[in-house]
Design a protein around this ligand. Structure first.
Ligand code: ADP
Ligand code: MG
Length: 242
């Protein structure tokens, strides 16, 4: 039996920018292999929470643990995670292939092995055959697929997705929702997904964390959030989508 049951833990995190308390006593546990979504209105602290986990920000109080190890002082590049942002984070002067091999080269993965890994992730995100395109030659949805592939190709312990679908049109958003969900289960990578879209959160996640003004309102399965909102805020916020 593995003694560690959580891939990520945040204990008592507090973060303030000037006099603005952005996170107030955040406690969160992310289980191995689950897709957990941080859901809440713009400005509630979702990205800040994700950035604490990624290591781009440090909490004023509290700690972050990954696989049971305190990482509060560990820099992002040593945290073994893949991250995708709302705006396209591909290198514009590199082809799809070069974007994908970048992280593998850094990790000194052998050439033949690189090709195998790249072929596999491109197939997973349905981008096979487009290896030699530049980001400007791809649609928004294709770029986000490549960004997800680039995050996954190094086989990270943890996948962090910060509103990766928010810039896409409705049809594509629905399509990619289903794909991310399928992909996540297929690979089994522990994933933290951020969105302000109730429907997106409820349709994709194993569990949802509803946030409001720097605090966690409720952590439950989508069904429980929908059927048994525990606070007035959750009731109102989830109700909005209907
Ligand atoms: P969300 O991702 O839920 O929209 P954020 O975590 O980005 O919210 O931001 C939460 C709050 O913190 C907002 O009020 C935002 O303006 C503020 N904030 C975020 N980053 C910074 C920063 N680097 N400096 C000052 N204020 C910030
Ligand atoms: Mg954000």
């Amino acid at each position: 039996m593995n003694a560690i049951t959580f891939d990520v833990e945040i204990k008592g995190a507090r973060k303030q920018f000037g006099s603005n308390v952005v996170l107030n006593d955040i406690n969160l546990e992310v289980k191995q292999g689950e897709l957990l979504t941080l859901l809440g209105p713009s400005g509630c602290g979702k990205s800040t929470t994700l950035n604490l986990i990624a290591g781009f920000l440090e909490a004023d109080q509290g700690d972050v643990y990954i696989k049971g190890k305190k990482v509060t002082k560990v820099p992002p590049y040593k945290r073994d995670l893949g991250m995708v942002f709302q705006t396209y984070s591909l290198f514009p002067h590199m082809t799809v292939l070069e974007n994908l091999s970048f992280g593998l080269k850094l990790r000194k993965v052998a050439k033949t092995e690189q090709k195998k890994k790249i072929d596999r992730v491109l197939e997973l995100v349905k981008m096979s055959g487009l290896e030699h395109r530049y980001p400007r030659e791809l649609s928004g949805g294709q770029r986000q697929r490549v960004a997800i592939a680039r995050a996954l190709v190094v086989e990270p312990e943890l996948l962090l997705l910060d509103e990766p679908l928010s810039n896409l049109d409705a049809k594509l958003r629905h399509e990619l929702r289903a794909e991310i969900k399928r992909l996540q289960k297929e690979i089994g990578v522990t994933t933290i997904f951020v969105t302000h879209d109730q429907e997106e959160a409820l349709s994709m996640s194993d569990r949802v964390v509803v946030m409001n003004a720097g605090k966690i309102e409720q952590i439950s399965t989508p069904t429980a959030i929908y059927n048994h909102p525990e606070t007035e805020f959750v009731f109102q916020f989830i109700g909005k989508s209907n």
